[in-house]
Design a protein around this ligand. Sequence first.
Ligand code: PLP
Length: 342
Amino acid sequence: MPGVDLRSDTVTKPSDAMRKAMANAEVGDDVYGEDPTVNRLQDQVAELLGKEAALFVPSGSMADQIAVNILTRPGDAVMCAPDAHIAFHEAGATPMLSGVQFSFMPGGIFSGDDVRGAYHPNDHHYPPTSLVEVENTYNMGGGLVWSLAALQDVLAAAKELGMHTMLDGARLWNAALASGESEARLCNGFDAVTVCLSKGLGAPVGSIIAGDKALMHRAHRVRKMIGGGMRQAGILAAAGLLAIDEGRKRLAQDHENATFLAEGLGKIDGLRLCTEGVASNIVIVEVDAKLASAAQLQERCAKKGLLFFPTRPDRFRLVTHLNVDRAGCQKALDILREACGA
Ligand SMILES: Cc1ncc(COP(=O)(O)O)c(C=O)c1O
């Protein structure tokens, strides 16, 4: 059996059907808005998310950066999780491209009162807190899922304070599945939403930013400004369409596999699950310092064919996806057990 790659759900390979759809895609010049496949994808995703308009971009990071840029002014502060993707995994782009600073919330899933507490009064000493960013699912928290009530609580506080809101929904599909809510309901009330086609859904490239028409008009300009205007991008959008139509149907398997992994990990001495149960397709595990650091364990496992990333000196993350089946998860557990000396 080949190795097991649980570094991220971004490592998936496009299926034969997807490659065929890409090869047969009808294309045009998307910088002129003339690619019919891109236009179809944008319309379909806008409808799915309950937004007026959507824009296809190469990556989740670009979608996020465009969203921050069109919802803030340089000098503003952005409220987000203490380990939000926009803060720590986009190469420093947020302050660099939009000139904003972060106001970190007490956790990845926070409340309306947390927003009220972190809001800066209208006093010339403070940076204006103009944007609240929510990540759903919350990656570094172990794929945690926001309830609709928690989202509405935060959105109500933001509205009361006159703040803009954005949702980093790189794994919104997983959140919808886990919460039993539609994507549109989870996006309702956010000014801008970003989603990824290239994670659990299995497309090789592509993300979408969605919002109202006026906002997406501005998003279009920023996409061009940062070099995200693509030409015959229908080849990529065709994969995105298939990801939306077919990819969502199989996400439950990833969630079940993540639960299977978590249950097995719980039986390995020296490892401890960092969350109560598993919410979606991400498992974060703590390693007993007496046993090894997360980096040492990573090295031991890599030699045996299991790949993952440490998230802290004492923690690592496992992500299930379409190219890892139940047998692969069992192999991952066997390798971890051996690496932990059991
Ligand atoms: C929560 C979250 N947002 C945004 C992104 C960015 O996506 P990309 O790698 O396509 O830039 C990721 C990537 O893993 C992510 O986990």
